[in-house]
Design a protein around this ligand. Sequence first.
Ligand SMILES: NC(=O)C1=CN([C@@H]2O[C@H](COP(=O)(O)OP(=O)(O)OC[C@H]3O[C@@H](n4cnc5c(N)ncnc54)[C@H](OP(=O)(O)O)[C@@H]3O)[C@@H](O)[C@H]2O)C=CC1
Ligand SMILES: O=C(O)C1=N[C@H](C(=O)O)C[C@H](O)C1
Length: 246
Amino acid sequence: MTKLLITGSGGRMGQALIEAGNLDAETEVTATHDKGEDLAAAFSDVNAAIDFTMHSFTKQVLEQALATNTPLVIGTTGHSDEEKAAIVEASKTLPIVFAANYSIGVNTLFWLTSKAAQILGNDRFDIEVTEMHHRHKIDAPSGTARRLLEILNEETGTSYEDDVAHGRVGNIGARPKREIGMHTLRGGDVVGDHTVMFAADGERVELTHKASSRMTFASGAVRAAVWLQDQPAGLYDMQDVLGLKG
Ligand SMILES: NC(=O)C1=CN([C@@H]2O[C@H](COP(=O)(O)OP(=O)(O)OC[C@H]3O[C@@H](n4cnc5c(N)ncnc54)[C@H](OP(=O)(O)O)[C@@H]3O)[C@@H](O)[C@H]2O)C=CC1
Ligand SMILES: O=C(O)C1=N[C@H](C(=O)O)C[C@H](O)C1
């Protein structure tokens, strides 16, 4: 039985993770942590920790995971480059899964996006990405959309800094071929929608994923925590857990 710590236990994902961790036959949630509580005590007797909280809190979670040699699943999004570098550094001595999205459907969307970009390219096809989330989400674009853009950048030889256009306004002129449009929508209780669109003269391909329950992310993260028990130190993502690489 894998003993799990869930940080951010009072949050939307924290609640789903407690449910998923106690539903899985191989895991049990034996420790929880929320703001203001003793983090070191929470890490004292667990086999893995799952963190879906706030980007600025990750540093403290990494410190405790390193101090107690506890494998870590990170679902939090919105990290700065410096915060991401701290995760990479910690993964030299600790097994860590760090993924913008733990649903099997979105990880299939990542794979499909890569294949579609290889086949269609960005010469005849214009590439646009949209995402929509609930009104409470604090980072934009979503971590999942950032990962989709990374994949599209890799496949088309474009860059996030130079070629991604975040929304459009005014007399912007005709669309440059290399441009990838990124459009963020926020409203209501939307759990998470992502679309990658390839639009050409005469035809259009749209790849869409819509999450309707946070349990899809939570059960994926619990699966990642169980998988992590047998892994050496290193930085992994959900594609590794699902065996979708290669
Ligand atoms: N990778 C994936 O598959 C998914 C990732 N996410 C990501 O997970 C994160 C959390 O999302 P969500 O659950 O909706 O957010 P919530 O705001 O509902 O929950 C965040 C939780 O973290 C706690 N928290 C915030 N700051 C701190 C801190 N400094 N110290 C300790 N605890 C803290 C909050 O406590 P308090 O309420 O007291 O502030 C709250 O319990 C986001 O980054 C989101 O993008 C979400 C879904 C799927
Ligand atoms: O904050 C959320 O809710 C979500 N965040 C993740 C992201 O930023 O991609 C994953 C999911 O779409 C829900």
